[in-house]
Design a binder for this molecule. Structure first.
Ligand code: SF4
Length: 320
């Protein structure tokens, strides 16, 4: 059994299940790292250069956790996953950064370049595209694509990535939240769904009685329509999702929006300003929290609770 390590970080939250399905279909054994914790974070911080953003440090920590248990690591090198749009340059250099951290171990690089999207044989690691029969590869890609489509369908039905994964793998569908109060949570998927990094934000909001809306609940088409009026299209795919879903959440009447941004993220410096400007224009209560390796209760939870108090007061005041 050849074990292939898959770090539970970065775009694992979008493509992880499909990658896993593909590897299984062609006869490899995917090994996914456990949830982020202190050891993983510290290892990533130690392995990365200071200037790198927090999510990449986390990715390196997961890679280091896996490397002793598997024969190779599956690492994405993403440039563009949508036509005329780009992914942040850190994704382009991910294999080199990982190589620096894990040494001579084998990396399988899953590419995505212009006009070479998910599902294409050209995108596959060379070791796989040349080492397996075309029929086996095509069958694996087809199955993975089916899983990916179903995964997105579940996300758009309101399930969170971890819930959609459980539904697909175990057939257990979680109860859907029923609440008269709703709140938006925006940010990159690896900030929103890594509960160690964000100190369990989603659970905290749900426990306070909020239905939580996240960017993955909106389809690409909805986002495109929503952002059609921008004088200059945003060319960051992840940034588009943040701004578009912020607008859609406002239209759906959320009480406020929490923006979880990553410390040292270049693209978010721009998107954060756009979100703040639009939030101010429509009077949407907005809390932006920068996550970094030192995020602690005082910095995140206390500010979040103060923000939720403010929303409750605003609601009471409007009802009087
Ligand atoms: S978009 Fe920001 S947080 Fe994500 S990898 Fe790039 S710099 Fe890091």
């Amino acid at each position: 059994m050849i074990k292939i390590g898959m770090p539970r970080a970065l775009l694992y939250y979008w493509y992880g299940l499909a990658w896993k399905t593909f590897l299984q279909e062609i006869g490899l054994t995917p090994l996914i790292s456990g949830p982020t914790g202190k050891t993983i974070l510290n290892a990533g911080v130690k392995a990365a250069v200071d200037e790198v953003c927090l999510p990449v440090k986390v990715f390196l920590g997961h890679s280091l956790e896996l490397i002793t248990q598997c024969e190779a690591l599956l690492i994405p090198r993403f440039v563009s996953i949508c036509k005329n749009e780009y992914i942040c340059p850190k994704f382009m250099g991910l294999p080199e950064m990982t190589r620096q951290a894990v040494g001579k171990n084998q990396l399988l690089i899953w590419k995505s370049e212009k006009n070479c999207f998910w599902g294409s044989i050209k995108a596959l690691p060379q070791e796989i595209s040349t080492g397996y029969k075309r029929k086996t590869i095509k069958k694996g890609l087809k199955k993975a694509e089916e899983v990916l489509t179903e995964y997105h369908r579940l996300l758009q039905r309101g399930l969170l990535p971890m819930e959609a994964e459980v539904t697909l793998l175990k057939g257990i569908t979680p109860r859907t939240e029923k609440s008269s109060r709703s709140i938006g949570l925006i940010g990159h998927p690896y900030c929103l769904y890594d509960s160690y990094l964000n100190l369990d934000t989603i659970d905290l909001l749900r426990n306070k009685g909020f239905k939580v809306l996240v960017p993955e609940m909106f389809s690409r088409r909805q986002l495109e329509i929503e952002l059609a009026d921008l004088s200059k299209p945003l060319f960051w795919t992840l940034g588009q999702r943040i701004l578009g879903s912020f607008r859609l959440m406002w239209k759906q009447g959320v009480e406020g929006v929490i923006y979880l941004s990553a410390f040292a993220c270049g693209p978010e410096a721009l998107i954060g300003e756009l979100v703040k400007k639009e939030g101010k224009a429509v009077g949407m209560p907005l809390l932006q929290l920068d996550l970094d390796e030192h995020s602690g209760e005082a910095g995140v939870i206390t500010r979040m609770e103060a923000f939720l108090d403010l929303l409750s007061r605003k609601r009471r005041y409007n009802c009087v």
